[in-house]
Design a protein around this ligand. Structure first.
Ligand code: FAD
Length: 588
């Protein structure tokens, strides 16, 4: 239907896209179309079940993107999961709701993004949130909060699952981690994240179902006549105006729809890409925005030359230890430990810091070379210096250690939060739906491997510390036979590299496939970074793609640096702020 025309087209009805769609369509007379590859998962039990983490993996609602062989990480391909549904990845994720350390958001402004700092983002975290006060029973099991950090009138329900693991758990963990120098943190959502905590989740407490972007921002508003979601439809590329303008002007999006085949949907004001950090940069490249060397390989005419599109890919790597429990635990565990570098390394921290400090110039060279010069050495070195300061000066959390007392076992899943490895995602075809070359370069630097080992050792130490040690028996993984306390560092390195961090499911640990594993922590960011153009940015502080008049990116691609929190809380806040900026620009 060639008459399909809207004011705004949003590509991707996921975590971020639905926020923007909701806020723009609040205004009568503003027409919004959302193009979404997936369909409704409103009644999908793999989505709604609060204890069902992992059940959606490998099903039709998981994009299950595959990486290139990870040459520094044992050679295998990794699976990077992402939700293909109304609600996007928020429908399959682990539901943890933790924001960021305040200085990490302040760093966005320090690096040239005017108006982006913790103080200006906090109201948007709160605007998106409907904090559900925990019950007395939940409080007795560890739920805790400062109400001033939270919003109570937003669309997104945040709280604790109905049944939390029994009430002896938190005092026991608190006593243990205190001895390791890690204090209790009542509420990690106020900008200070270090400590042991029982963080909230995105969950509808009353109904005990997952809260996702669709339940928060779309389903209650689905009858708005000016909001149209076009499902089961793939966006192929942006269509540009033929007029010669100094800035590229988008007029619409070419899509493939199961009923109509290939067609164009027109936008009179803007096209907003919210397809996620592993798809928005692909859509930019096939639409002619990117590195000319890459685009010319696939005969794509260059609309805007931005060589950093798809660069700066940052993810974390996930691993775990597991122990035999001496008790049978019921209820959802919600405990995490977020230790700082000082707490992990103790007196050895100065050695670690000076090793990194003296390696960063070399790291910057390696990253720049691996991007064939697309990433400038000086720019990535500045980012590394910032990261060094965050870890060793500001003492942001160094790792997240999730404590999972489940049935008769006690697992601990963990990931170092700020690896130095940097990767990329680029097209391998002019077709947006063809697989892209995704290369997170896990363990590109020895430091990232070391961090993975050091945190594992810290966890082993914690489980050997009373009273936690009284609640566990044998270590199942890696196991004392396999890796005794006397094991060498290279044995630990091998374990980290070869250990497939398997998907947790009701059966316990399960390997995905021979040669493919999912060690990703599923926090890819940075592939269309918000930074000044001279610093390698792809989008401006208004989230507009440089060189375009009316194309924005609003999703995890724009986060310039990895965060210590889980991503959705920040993405909801960023999208809320983006919607306000758009309204302001168009005086809506
Ligand atoms: P998405 O939510 O992925 O939205 C992108 C949307 O675009 C999708 O709906 C997709 O189908 C659609 N799309 C893509 N390509 C096209 C196309 N060509 N045409 C049309 N539509 C398209 N974060 C937390 O805060 N807490 C957690 O506990 C947590 N656990 C996680 C566990 C897993 C397994 C994963 C994968 C992630 C987890 N995360 C967690 C991270 C977080 O969920 C994601 O970072 C976030 O949801 C990404 O939001 P987004 O808006 O960038 O993209």
């Amino acid at each position: 239907d060639p008459a399909q025309k809207y004011d705004f087209i949003i590509v991707g009805g996921g975590t971020s896209g639905l926020v923007v769609a909701n806020r723009l369509s609040e205004i009568k007379g503003v027409t919004v179309a959302v193009i979404e590859a997936g369909d409704s998962v409103f009644n999908n039990p793999n989505v709604t079940n609060v204890a069902g983490y992992g059940r959606a993996f490998g099903t039709h609602i998981d994009w299950a993107y595959q990486t290139e062989n990870q040459k520094y990480a044992g050679g295998s391909k990794q699976i990077m999961r992402a939700g293909k549904a109304i609600g996007g990845t928020s429908t399959i994720n682990g539901m943890s709701y933790t924001r960021a350390q305040s200085v990490q958001i302040d760093a966005w402004e320090l690096f040239g993004n005017k108006g982006w700092n913790w103080g200006s983002l906090l109201p948007y975290y709160q605007k998106s949130e409907m904090f559900q006060i925990p019950s007395l029973n939940q409080i007795s099991r560890g739920a805790d909060y400062y109400i001033t950090y939270h919003g109570e009138n937003g669309p997104l329900k945040v709280g604790w699952p109905t049944e939390i693991t029994n009430r002896t758990m938190l005092p026991m963990l608190d006593q243990t981690f205190n001895q390791l120098g890690v204090p209790f943190n009542r509420d990690v959502n106020g900008g200070s994240m270090v400590g042991l905590t029982s963080h909230p989740n995105t969950v509808n407490t009353k109904e005990n179902v997952r809260e996702d972007a669709a339940r928060a921002y779309y389903w209650p508003y689905q009858n708005r006549s000016n909001l149209k979601i076009i499902t089961n439809t793939l966006a192929n590329r942006i269509i540009w105006s033929n007029d010669s303008n100094s800035e590229a002007v988008a007029v619409g999006v070419e899509v493939t729809n199961p009923h109509h085949g290939v067609e164009t949907i027109y936008a009179s004001k803007e096209v907003i890409l919210s397809a996620g950090s592993l798809k928005s940069p692909v859509l930019l490249e096939v639409s002619g925005i990117g590195n000319p060397d890459i685009l010319s390989t696939y005969n794509i005419p260059v609309k805007v030359n931005i060589s950093t599109v798809g660069e700066n890919l940052q993810d974390q790597t996930n691993n775990g230890l597991s122990f035999q429990g001496t008790e049978f635990w019921l209820g959802s565990p919600t405990f995490s430990v977020l230790p700082s570098a000082n707490q992990i390394y103790g007196s050895n921290v100065t050695n670690v810091a000076s090793y990194i400090n003296s390696s960063m110039a070399e790291y910057a060279k390696v990253v720049s070379n691996s991007s064939k010069g697309a990433v400038q050495e000086a720019n990535i070195l500045a980012a590394f210096k910032l990261q060094y300061d965050l870890i060793f000066e500001a003492q942001v959390p160094f790792a997240e250690v999730v404590l999972l007392p489940i049935a008769g076992s006690f697992m601990s899943e963990y990931w170092p939060l700020l690896p130095f490895s940097r990767g990329s995602i680029h097209i391998k075809s002019a077709n947006a739906s063809a697989p892209a070359s995704i290369n997170p370069n896990y363990f590109m630097f020895k430091q990232d491997l070391d961090a993975q080992v050091d945190v594992a050792k810290f966890i082993r130490k914690a489980f050997a510390t009373a009273p936690l040690s009284d609640f566990v028996a044998e270590e199942f993984a890696p196991g004392m036979d396999n890796l005794p306390d006397t094991a060498s560092n290279s044995q630990w390195d091998d374990w980290v590299k070869m250990n497939c961090m398997c998907t947790k499911n009701s059966e316990g640990l399960e390997k995905v496939a021979d040669n493919i594993s999912d060690r990703s922590n599923f926090h890819p960011v940075g592939t269309a970074s918000m930074l000044p153009r001279s610093r390698g940015g792809v989008v401006s502080p208004e989230l507009r793609v440089y060189g375009t008049k009316n194309v924005r990116v609003v999703d995890a691609s724009v986060l310039p640096f990895q965060l210590c929190g889980h991503l959705t809380s920040t993405l909801y806040a960023v999208a809320e702020k983006a919607a306000d900026m758009i309204k302001k620009q168009y005086r809506l």
